[in-house]
Design a protein around this ligand. Structure first.
Ligand code: B3K
Ligand code: ZN
Length: 868
């Protein structure tokens, strides 16, 4: 490392020295030499006549102030410093950039044949010198000039106001965005596309043109995205009373994209993975993912764009809130329980793991070197849980009042997390003083509950203790305000009213102290408690449930989530006891009562198929690893497999009956049909482990009339290592080798191959014609699956998995540091493994650290990990 990059601190925030009211941009697009002219109207806001503009990798061609060449400037590290400036002026900056050489996919780059941009968080500074910070809001006008034949569509934010032809086969289009915005929401696209058009009439009767741009030939894969967009617009009006504010809404799908999608004002740019789908190419999971991401980016128009963030430490203000909104959208349109289960799995698995890792940070971080490193599960998913807790404490009506007040106060401005909480507090009268700690404290609290029933006084006492372990970033932890949702049941399954001090009380207990006891009166018998219902706070729950109590809750709990959770706790007990057994050389056992409880689930006639599928799925290897300080990779893998095999063998008849009864004729993507497929394919995963497995899986692959069933067959063959595995994969590849997006599913299966020669096959797969390390989707599918979904091979004692990861990371450090920095996460957690493995991983981290050109992204993570 030439010199250590500097961290920024939340507490150092300073308001901008100048404002930029208007920005007029001109792009003269050429593959390797694009000329960018940026004309800003600038006003000095503070004493100093010095203006600092951010800029990276730019070739500066000219600086003018009020039309005159300006010489009072200096190019410094990270930007341009202009001095002796008047109080108000027009600033013209000309820069030359090279989009074709931009493999980091930040700023202006080429994706396939098209030009596109990604500016969040700090990509605009790779386009021109500018005040690239979210609290500088300007009105943009953008003129795009390019070759007409190659780039018939020239797009930017806002409304198209003028266009024309030029000599030499070039043309131009000019766009104007009436809403002042920060630079991170700027977007430009130039290319040749097929366009799917529709329109939406808003609740107040305005017409909005909807346009989805996809690569030529992909029009038949854009319809689900359009439906999802229309559903999003409608839902935001109905549930949040929020209406769209421009005459046009455009979405462009591109193949080279670092993340899922980007909410640029009026011109969303999407990873094609979250737009393109038809039954031949996409699974049900893809369809649901598209609905969620289209919704998410659309909802940002209010939570993110109309009200943006004052600084990047406030990222959760827009992301936590928008994730909450997209989760609610998916829950209102589909199954609430299934959605909640999916979200909770993410928190309990990878988010808890992040909280326990060297990268641990509060949802509003205090210290950042590379902002791109903080688009995390903590900021997004835990951030959403924090919003959800406020929703639980306030209730829907008061929460919506809080939202309205938030917009009334902050529309058109850059706000802070504090502003949001204050609006919620003021609108509802609910005291959120202690609750605010969720924004500043990192780590996962453990909530330990004990209970005592007193038959003589008919009282039932719950004692609730909370403790948050120290994290690498924070040594002191305090008691949080935890909304703790409970219900009590009598032995026949009736709900017992909660009474304290002679009053009926709410199901949501306010846990605010280190240790607190709640005494419930009038409890006629020893009850069974249902605790942390709906996962009402992102905490680890500890309560010594007996098997019988959990089996009781699996049947009697009044909400589906609680039933699922009881099933998971029952499984957790036996996973843990069996891991211990295996470590002592004993074999894996599962009592009949547990098997019977799951038999009951499979035979239930009242439960929805999608929900049964969730009940039947074991916690992931990653989630289980999170339960341990020191992870025994092989023992966990062995136990999970053995428990699955026991259930498969014992419940074979039930699985088989379900599998055959749920066969569907014609394919449709409504929620009922999706649910049936997911249960049927869950049954297939189990049946694959039985004697008939190979035949059944092969048959499903041959007969499948949709991608969901095809992939279910392939992944069953993969995880059960069936004889047909290779044939199926070969067939799939010969059919889809020309379509990278469809091949991603194949790469993901290769990456997660539990077989012994997995790494060899992965190396071969890298030579597949559809593979390229330059494409983030391909890289994540193959390499990401290996690092995250292939525990046994990645953590092989030989160290070859780690060395492979190191190789890839060193290569990607220069080509695409953002993607490299996401890939590295599993290596950061090396302290959780035995000493030999630790040494092997440390060697890889050290070799990265020694690189001359180590990017800030990796520098930040590698140094934190090595400090741990
Ligand atoms: N706001 C973008 C994420 C940008 C990430 C930059 N590294 C997508 C989203 O959350 O909607
Ligand atoms: Zn977002």
């Amino acid at each position: 490392m030439a010199h250590a990059p500097q961290a920024k601190y939340r507490n150092d925030y300073q308001s901008p020295s100048h404002e930029i009211t208007d920005l007029d941009l001109t792009f003269d697009l050429h593959d390797t030499e694009t000329l960018v002219t940026a004309v800003s109207q600038v006003k000095q806001l503070q004493e100093s006549a010095t203006l600092f503009l951010d800029g990276e990798n730019l070739n500066l061609k000219g600086v003018e102030v009020n039309g005159e060449q300006w010489s009072h400037y200096q190019q410094v590290d990270g930007g341009l410093e202009l001095t002796e400036l008047p109080k108000q002026f027009e600033l013209t900056i000309t820069t030359l950039i090279n989009p074709e050489a931009n493999t980091a996919l930040e700023g202006l780059y080429k994706s396939g044949g098209a030009f596109c941009t990604q500016c969040e968080a700090e990509g605009f500074r790779r386009i021109t010198y500018y005040m690239d910070r979210p609290d500088v809001l300007a009105r943009y006008t953008t003129k795009v000039i390019a070759d007409k034949e190659q780039f018939p569509f020239l797009l930017s934010n806002g409304n198209r106001i003028a266009e024309g032809d030029l000599s030499g086969g070039r043309h131009w289009v000019q766009w104007q965005d009436p809403h002042p915005k920060p630079a991170y929401l700027f977007a430009l696209v130039a290319g040749d596309f097929d366009v799917l058009r529709d329109q939406y009439v808003t609740q107040s009767g305005r017409n909005v043109a909807l346009e989805i741009f996809v690569d030529k030939g992909n029009l038949d894969r854009a319809h689900h995205a359009m439906t999802s967009l229309i559903n999003s617009m409608k839902w935001d009006e109905t549930r949040f009373n929020l209406e769209y504010d421009l005459d046009i809404y455009m979405i462009v799908a591109v193949d080279f994209f670092n993340m899922g999608a980007m909410e640029n004002k009026g011109l969303n740019i999407f990873n094609s993975k979250f737009v393109l789908a038809n039954e031949k190419t996409a699974t049900d999971t893809d369809y649901l993912g598209i609905e969620a991401v289209i919704g998410h980016e659309y909802f940002h128009n209010w939570t993110g764009n109309r009200v943006t963030c004052r600084d990047w430490f406030q990222l959760s203000l827009k992301e936590g809130l928008t994730v909450f909104r997209d989760q609610e959208f998916s829950s209102d349109l589909g199954s609430r329980a299934v959605n909640r289960i999916g979200n909770v799995r993410i928190i309990r698995g990878p988010q808890f793991a992040e909280d326990a890792s060297p990268m641990s940070h509060p949802i509003r971080p205090e210290k950042v070197i590379e902002m791109n490193n903080f688009y995390t599960l903590t900021v997004y998913e835990k951030g959403s849980e924090v919003i959800r807790m406020m929703h639980t404490l306030l209730g829907e009506v008061a929460f919506q009042k809080g939202m309205a007040l938030y917009f009334e106060r902050h529309d058109g401005t850059a706000a802070t997390c504090e502003d949001f909480v204050e609006a919620m507090e003021d609108a509802s009268g609910v005291d959120l003083k202690q609750f605010r700690l969720w924004y500043s404290q990192s780590g996962t609290p453990t909530v330990t509950v004990t209970s005592e029933y007193d038959a003589s006084s008919l009282t039932y006492a719950l004692t609730i203790e909370q403790k948050t372990e120290t994290t690498q970033d924070q040594s002191e932890k305090y008691a949080l305000h935890i909304p703790f949702d409970i219900e009590l049941y009598s032995s026949n399954g009736d709900v017992i009213e909660l009474r304290c001090n002679n009053q009926k009380i709410s199901n949501v207990l306010n846990v605010t102290q280190d240790k607190q006891t709640f005494v419930f009166e009038n409890v006629a018998e020893q009850p069974v408690p249902s605790l942390l219902r709906e996962f009402s706070a992102p905490v680890k729950l500890e309560y010594a449930y007996s098997d019988n109590e959990l089996i009781f809750l699996m049947v009697h709990a009044r909400n589906e989530f609680a039933r699922w959770d009881a099933g998971q706790m029952l499984l957790a007990k036996y996973i843990q006891s069996n891991v211990e057994a295996v470590r002592h050389g004993q074999s894996v056992t599962l009592p009949d009562s547990v098997v019977d409880a799951f038999r009951g689930v499979l035979l239930s006639e009242e439960l929805e198929p999608a929900f049964i599928a969730e009940m039947m799925s074991l916690p992931s290897h990653n989630e289980v690893s999170g339960w341990y300080k020191c992870v025994d990779v092989d023992a966990i893998a062995l136990v999970l497999k053995a428990i699955k095999l026991t259930l498969a063998t014992e419940l074979e008849d039930e699985f088989s009956a379900i599998y055959h009864s749920l066969e569907q004729g014609e394919y449709s993507v409504d929620h009922a049909a999706i649910g049936k497929r997911s249960l049927r394919n869950m049954a297939l995963q189990y049946l694959a482990m039985t004697e008939k497995g190979n035949e059944l899986v092969q048959l499903q692959y041959q007969k499948a009339n949709n991608m969901t069933d095809t992939i279910a067959a392939m992944s069953a063959a993969n995880s059960a290592q069936l004889a047909c595995r290779e044939d199926l994969l070969k067939d799939y590849s010969s059919q889809w080798k020309h379509d990278g997006l469809v091949m991603d599913k194949w790469f993901a299966i290769q990456g997660s191959n539990p077989g012994e020669n997995a790494l060899e096959v992965i190396r071969e797969s890298m030579a597949h014609e559809a593979f390229s390390l330059k494409n983030p989707n391909r890289t994540r599918s193959l390499i990401g699956s290996f690092l995250n979904m292939n525990p046994v091979n990645f953590h092989a004692k030989s160290g070859e998995g780690y060395r492979f990861a190191g190789e890839i990371l060193r290569e990607m450090n220069s080509s695409n540091p953002q993607v490299a920095s996401r890939l590295i996460d599993p290596l950061l957690k090396f302290r959780k493994y035995d000493e030999e493995r630790q040494a092997l991983i440390i060697a890889e981290l050290e070799s990265l650290k020694a690189m001359d050109n180590l990017a800030n992204d990796l520098f930040e993570k590698v140094t934190k990990a090595l400090e741990s």
